[in-house]
Design a protein around this ligand. Structure first.
Ligand code: SAM
Length: 212
């Protein structure tokens, strides 16, 4: 049942404009229902964001697919995710062959996802902390994906991007953001494009929203 539901979700995403075959294959391979709370599992293959507890969400599959496609990564590339959450986005990148680093600021979510990754043998490297300042030790990254909405582009993330790499980040106010895709052309030269109307939970941290 899950398998046919997943396939029809992937077909829907294709119709909505996701054309990257590796991305579609990853969404077909990774079992989203394993990343959502049991009570929500019957919605796992609907194209909607779902609550994962602690006031956080697992992003809508279309958003995951669109952001992943926008990174334009190749297998073996190094990618940093800010906002591990359920681990689904990291699992998609891992299944595509990337070296995945991910940071989560809520300790309980971090612990839960680390346990899930151990169980599923997903070898993404995850850490508890403030992702707005990136992960300098492993930089530069070929791609950086931020899965929470920020009031601005954190300068640390731009710095930790490899030349030729892309940073994908929702930027705006707390209710609505546009998705910015920033390509690093040279150490101090960036090319930027923007797609309107996305909604994410807030990115809270030193270079994001202040903690309340
Ligand atoms: N990528 C996730 C997934 O696949 O389920 C969705 C993540 S959810 C939309 C956003 C996550 O970002 C939340 O778990 C939240 O705790 C986390 N977050 C918010 N601010 C953060 C920060 N400064 N550093 C790291 N994680 C942060």
């Amino acid at each position: 049942m899950n398998e046919s539901e997943r396939l029809s979700l992937v077909e829907k995403l294709h119709q909505k404009g996701i054309t990257d075959k590796a991305v579609l294959q990853a969404l077909n391979n990774v079992e989203r229902h394993l990343f959502v709370p049991t009570a929500m599992q019957h919605h796992a293959y609907s194209d909607v964001a779902l609550p994962i507890g602690y006031g956080q969400t697992i992003s809508q599959p279309y958003t995951v697919a669109f952001m992943t496609q926008s990174l334009e990564l190749n297998p073996e590339d190094k990618v940093l995710e800010i906002g591990t959450g359920s681990g689904y986005q990291a699992a998609i990148l891992y299944s595509m062959g990337m070296k995945v680093y991910s940071i989560e600021r809520q300790f309980d979510i971090y612990l839960r996802t680390q346990k899930l990754f151990d169980k599923m043998e997903i070898r993404a490297i995850i850490r508890y902390g403030d992702g707005t300042i990136g992960w300098e030790e492993y930089s530069p990254f070929n791609g950086i994906i931020v899965t929470a909405g920020s009031p601005k582009i954190p300068p640390s993330l731009k710095k930790q991007l490899a030349v030729g790499g892309r940073l994908v980040i929702p930027v705006g106010d707390k209710n609505s953001q546009s998705l910015k895709i920033i390509k690093k052309i040279d150490e101090n030269e960036f090319e930027e494009s923007e797609i309107p109307q996305f909604t994410f939970v807030p990115l809270i941290g030193r270079e994001g929203w202040n903690q309340k």
